[in-house]
Design a protein around this ligand. Structure first.
Ligand code: ATP
Ligand code: MN
Length: 462
């Protein structure tokens, strides 16, 4: 008999039908006459109740049915008498696929802490919480492709192994096939990378942007959505060593178009999650943070504040608030500053623009004032920076001067500079950290809980 997934079973038209369901046992309870199993197959947060009439089953054959075991059940779908569910299955046959020894299976009881479950990352997706998080993550990924596809953007896959340290953002993970215990040396004692796989030093990418610009100045509008690696040794609840980034890049967009795109994009994703992940978001709202839904809807209601960095610094300095990191013009904002502006001062998302050029990347368009660049960071409640972007410097001479001023090795950059040598155009783009978006939408507080197998300093077990 063909299996019905549990997400499809709560359908009044199926009542009275024979059904086949498969899944894992969440709980088993009952008495001498009747037993109830809560079965979950991952397709929805809802469990399906399986009712076992003990007159029809041999007790011994039911022994292996414990929390965590896996079953194949056939029976009749009936309207439920009990509260908490609309339908249930009156079991006729039960096959146990696999047992889960109650003395060994770690997810016996409910209410494990998130820290405990992080140690059990190989199993935690079987819990309500992580099932909800990873279903929401899926829907957000899907929404992102939908958003860009509907607007004529092309999905571009940029390389994961790269020879350029584009942004100097954090430290990079080196990629090599050389034998680290006997590295080939040049005469001056330095490593001889001509003998390495690519004939030069290479690393894992920290951003697909530079290649994205090549795509945008050919296809018009592109986006990337891929893994990104940063060996920054920062153990914060918002940083991973391996995370996923979405980077749209659009020819002919200026910074205002870029802000409009970023705002539309995030709002679209949040709206999509509210529309498509209702049960999961409601569960997280109930279990972890009962202001979650309110916060998500809040973001949709109002336009984001758009504010130059210089004015943001003024507000922070006049706030009278004691920050751990003191503020003055020229400093890079810490998450405490970003969250003050968003959560306390404006009480809605803020797009901060026109940052000092020395705290931003070399490729950002230089303003006439000579000291700021056309950067735009989107700051969110609970999260801080969720998007970083800018209008790009399209002028060849200005870009070259900035590259030289910063001492960036030119030999690595010639192909990027060609975008400005041949048919240069104004263009803009940004990077959204996917896990920061998932954090916001799920209301989880640690980024390690929104990626299946987090990579952080000292942690690559699973
Ligand atoms: P932060 O200041 O928070 O470290 P950043 O300014 O270094 O971020 P960008 O280089 O602007 O980050 O990257 C674009 C986006 O990627 C950020 O806005 C953020 O959403 C996300 N991001 C950056 N670093 C990480 C990380 N280590 N883990 C997860 N997401 C990240
Ligand atoms: Mn940034």
């Amino acid at each position: 008999m063909k299996r019905t997934i549990i997400a499809d079973i709560f359908n009044p038209e199926l009542v009275g039908e024979q059904v086949c369901v498969k899944g894992w046992v969440r709980t088993r309870r009952g008495n001498k006459n009747v037993q109830f199993i809560a079965l979950n197959d991952g397709s929805t947060i809802k469990n399906l109740q399986i009712v076992i009439d003990l007159q029809q089953f041999d007790e011994e054959s039911l022994k292996p049915i414990t929390t965590g075991s896996s079953l194949h059940v056939e029976g009749t779908l009936v309207a439920s008498q009990g509260k908490g569910q609309t339908v249930e299955v009156q079991a006729q046959t039960i096959e146990v696929y696999g047992t889960a020894d109650p003395d060994e299976y770690p997810l016996q009881k409910k209410g494990h802490t998130l820290e405990f479950l992080r140690e059990k990352a190989h199993l935690r997706m079987r819990t309500n919480t992580f099932g909800a998080v990873f279903r929401i993550r899926h829907h957000l990924a899907f929404a992102i492709h939908q958003f860009f596809n509907d607007r004529g953007f092309f999905y571009l896959n940029t390389p994961i192994i790269t020879a350029s340290d584009c942004e100097g953002a954090g430290d990079m993970f080196q990629v090599t096939t050389l034998d680290l215990s006997k590295l080939p040396k040049n005469e001056d004692g330095s490593n001889d990378y001509s003998r390495d796989f690519f004939g030069k030093p290479t690393s894992l990418t920290v951003s697909g942007q530079l290649e994205g610009e090549l795509g945008a100045t050919a296809l018009g509008a592109i986006y990337t959505f891929g893994p990104t690696f940063r060996a920054e040794n920062s153990n914060t609840p918002r940083h991973l060593a391996e995370f996923w980034m979405i980077e749209p890049e659009v020819a002919f967009n200026d910074i205002t178009d870029n802000m409009d795109l970023a705002e539309d994009f995030i709002k679209y994703c949040v709206r999509y999650a509210l529309d498509h992940c209702h049960d999961d978001i409601e569960f997280l709202n109930k279990m972890y943070d009962d202001t979650l839904i309110e916060r998500l809807e809040g973001v949709l209601k109002q336009p984001f504040v758009r504010l130059p960095y210089t004015e943001g610094i003024d507000i922070l300095m006049k706030s009278g608030k004691k920050f751990e990191f003191p503020v003055k013009w020229g400093v890079d904002l810490q998450s405490e500053h970003e969250r003050f502006l968003v959560e306390e001062h404006f009480k809605r998302p803020v797009i901060l623009t026109d940052y000092p050029k020395d705290i931003k990347a070399f490729y950002m368009k230089q303003n006439e004032d000579g000291r700021t660049v056309r950067a735009m960071d989107v700051l969110f409640p609970q999260i801080g920076e969720i998007i970083g972007g800018s209008e790009r410097e399209a002028d060849y001479d200005k870009l070259l001067a900035e590259i030289e001023r910063r001492g960036i090795p030119m030999k690595d950059m010639w192909w990027y500079l060609d975008t400005r040598r041949f048919g240069t155009v104004p263009h803009s783009g940004f990077g959204l950290g996917f896990e920061r978006l998932v954090l916001f939408v799920t209301g989880m507080s640690n980024i390690r809980d929104v990626i299946a197998f987090p990579r952080t300093p000292g942690n690559a077990e699973f």
